[in-house]
Design a protein around this ligand. Structure first.
Ligand SMILES: [Mg+2]
Length: 268
């Protein structure tokens, strides 16, 4: 069962960015991380590895975050600043990502299935909205890309894009964007929907524990930090490699063929 401790409104971090309205009447809501979950490759890792200080330093920082020695917020900002420091403008980053980032091969079908079955899809990301929307428009088309709710960070761009820095949604949180606040309001609803959450990485740890059914993406590159975290902390979850697999499970739950509990018990 997800954590059912009542929400303390006072613990809600100050948000510098607005939230989309919540789906009050939905029976099911699918919330998903973007980078490395909906996309096959993490766009911020791609920028850091190719245009910033490189993969070795990036992985070392990821491990520091996992060990609790540095916050995700500070590590992530350091990574992005290494890209800007190498002289890459924000617009250049958007263009590089549009060319290189691909969708999970099952996501389009999954998204359309959700739409047909009244399951809202909300993207919850630590990325910056302009890069995310740019890639989404290229991969999904402008219409579908613009209708999807996205809860993420933003960017402050100065000097014609030569100077840029991430704008955190929750600058006071160690996550920069505490993703749990995309999920928690659903727990307070009179008709609380079943919450699916899909993620793969360190930044998903805050949201992972609040989902009813947590899907953890397993990637071939071995960077499966959320899976490792869930295994170590005994957080029940289902591992998946593409949204095709996930869609089969979501379909069973939405159609009442399997319960969330049965899915978690089977671990599949
Ligand atoms: Mg991710």
């Amino acid at each position: 069962m997800p954590d059912s401790t009542p929400i303390d409104p006072g613990s809600r971090p100050h948000s510098t960015l607005p939230y989309p309205p919540i789906y009050k009447d939905a029976q099911f809501v699918a919330l998903s991380d973007w980078d490395g979950t909906i996309t096959t490759m993490d766009s911020n890792d791609f920028l850091t590895d190719n245009l910033g200080f490189g993969i070795e330093k990036r992985r070392a920082l990821n491990l520091e975050v996992l060990a609790g020695r540095i916050t995700f917020r500070d590590a992530f900002r350091e990574m992005l600043r290494s890209v800007a420091a190498n002289g890459h403008s924000f617009q250049e980053c958007v263009e590089v990502l549009k060319k290189n980032i691909k969708l999970d091969p099952g996501f389009k079908d999954f998204y359309r299935w959700c739409k047909e079955h009244d399951v809202p899809v909300v993207i919850v990301s630590s990325g910056m909205e302009p890069t995310l929307r740019g890639v989404l428009s290229t991969l999904l088309g402008d219409d579908e890309a613009s209708e999807i709710d996205v809860i993420c960070n933003s960017v402050v761009v100065e000097d014609d894009g030569k100077k840029w820095d991430i704008q955190y949604r929750h600058p006071d949180s160690g996550y920069g964007h505490d993703k749990s606040w995309a999920i928690l309001p659903y727990r307070e609803l009179a008709h609380r929907p079943t919450l699916f959450f899909f993620g793969d990485g360190v930044s998903d740890m805050s949201a992972a524990k609040h989902a009813d059914l947590l899907f953890v993406k397993i990637k071939a590159n071995g960077e499966n930090d959320l899976a490792n975290y869930c295994r170590e902390n005994k957080i029940r979850h289902v591992e998946f490699t593409s949204f095709h697999d996930a869609q089969a499970i979501v379909t069973d739950v939405v159609e009442g063929k399997r319960t969330v509990e049965a899915v978690l018990e089977a671990g599949k």
